[in-house]
Ligand binder design. Structure first.
Ligand code: GH3
Ligand code: MG
Ligand code: MG
Ligand code: MG
Length: 363
């Protein structure tokens, strides 16, 4: 026989009954493993990994109930108990110990086979269910990964960034650790699309994502916050360190030559806004995000390809009067016109009045 219907362990001390079960079950297509004692049966249940065990109640060494307990300690395999009519009590004990069904001697093989089949059917349903559950859970994990990843650049998306910022903010509050944000935006990115096509724009976005990700530490979060805007969340980082790091990012992008799909090469720059907590003006994670965003706006307004910190004197110069610090919840007032690209020294912290909305208006 090439295909078996499963392996059945028979734990039975009477050789006659064992032989009878072996022949009858083999005829029906089962592979049979025999054990003449309880101890042997418990060992065979482990080593042969049968699909089902038939266990006699009355065994010479350890009784059937003990064998069932030993198997149940580690395996959910179906167990069918054989009991003599007089052994009413052990039948109940066997079921209590974890047996699934019983059959009374003398054995009616048709009945035994029907019960074996029904137990194996249940086992199959259970394992199918477990498999589906596993598949569902894997699918869920995959969906979650997809829902948190940006399809174009393959880094965190905005939803993921916001989730992580929430967690990292809580963490920093709990442990009294600093946390910093760098909001980056590619300068004059629209012109890449306009001059070289959308595909070229896409390839620049992918490369910038890689450059930023490549420069960051393992514990930093780097994600695409919007169209051509990226956010870095740096845990355990103070403002000065975040400024230094943002300058490095700016230099890395400025120094990179982007190869476009059609073979042409271009260069690009980014502007960065940097904010950090703890800071008296930053009372929650939204305020921190706004502070970085407003600093980025000032970087744009004051010439692009530069890094601006949210609490610098220059930043404050660009926010008007009292209550105009973006991080306390109010929007800064936008000043008339922004300056052109490259008109200010890279890395300086100067600017005009900031508005997160205005930053997104065409320059
Ligand atoms: P600024 O220096 O002020 O940031 O100028 P900008 O041109 O970078 O900014 P603007 O907001 O005017 O234009 C952003 C452009 O980014 C417009 C939009 O079509 C493009 N963009 C946004 N998402 C994608 C994308 O996934 N792929 C491509 N190719 N372009 C995108
Ligand atoms: Mg017996
Ligand atoms: Mg831009
Ligand atoms: Mg933008």
């Amino acid at each position: 026989m090439t295909e078996t219907r499963g392996t059945i362990l028979v734990v039975e001390d009477e050789p006659e009954i064992r032989r009878f079960l072996r022949t009858s079950l083999a005829t029906e297509g089962y592979r049979v493993v025999e054990a003449g004692t309880g101890a042997r049966g418990a060992i065979d249940a482990g080593s042969h990994k049968p699909d089902l065990a038939i266990v006699d109640c009355g065994l010479p060494d350890i009784d059937g109930v003990q064998v069932i307990r030993r198997i149940r300690a580690w395996s959910p395999m179906p167990i069918l108990v054989l009991s003599a009519r007089a052994q009413e009590r052990s039948k109940i004990e066997a079921l209590d110990a974890g047996a699934d069904d019983y059959i009374t001697k003398p054995i009616n093989f048709a009945e035994l086979e029907a019960r074996v089949n029904s137990l194996l059917r249940i086992k199959k349903l259970q394992s199918d269910l477990a498999e589906s559950k596993q598949e569902l859970s894997e699918l869920n994990d995959k969906l979650r990964r997809i829902s948190l990843t940006d399809g174009l650049t393959d880094i965190d998306n905005r939803r993921s960034l916001e989730e992580r910022l929430g967690e990292m903010w809580q963490h920093s509050i709990r442990l009294h650790e600093p946390i910093a944000l760098i909001m980056c935006d590619i300068d004059k990115f629209k012109s890449v699309n306009d001059n070289y096509g959308h595909q070229a724009g896409d390839s620049v976005l992918k490369t910038v994502a890689q450059l930023l990700k490549g420069a960051a530490r393992e514990i930093d979060r780097v994600g695409r916050y919007g169209g051509e805007e990226f956010l870095l969340i740096l845990s355990g980082t103070v403002l000065d360190a975040a400024m230094t790091f943002a300058q490095r990012l700016r230099e890395i992008v400025e120094g990179h030559t982007f190869s476009l799909p059609d073979g042409k090469t271009i260069t690009r720059t980014i502007s960065c806004g940097v904010a950090a907590a703890p800071h008296p003006r930053v009372k929650d994670q939204e305020a921190l995000l706004r502070a970085a965003d407003d600093a980025l706006y000032v970087a744009k307004e004051t010439g692009r390809n530069r890094v601006v910190r949210f609490d610098g004197a220059d930043f404050n110069e660009h926010t008007q009067g009292k209550g105009n610090n973006s991080s306390d919840g109010e929007k800064p007032v936008k000043q008339a016109a922004g300056s052109g690209a490259g008109s200010a020294t890279a890395g300086a912290t100067t600017g005009s009045k900031a508005s997160a909305e205005g930053r997104r208006a065409p320059a």
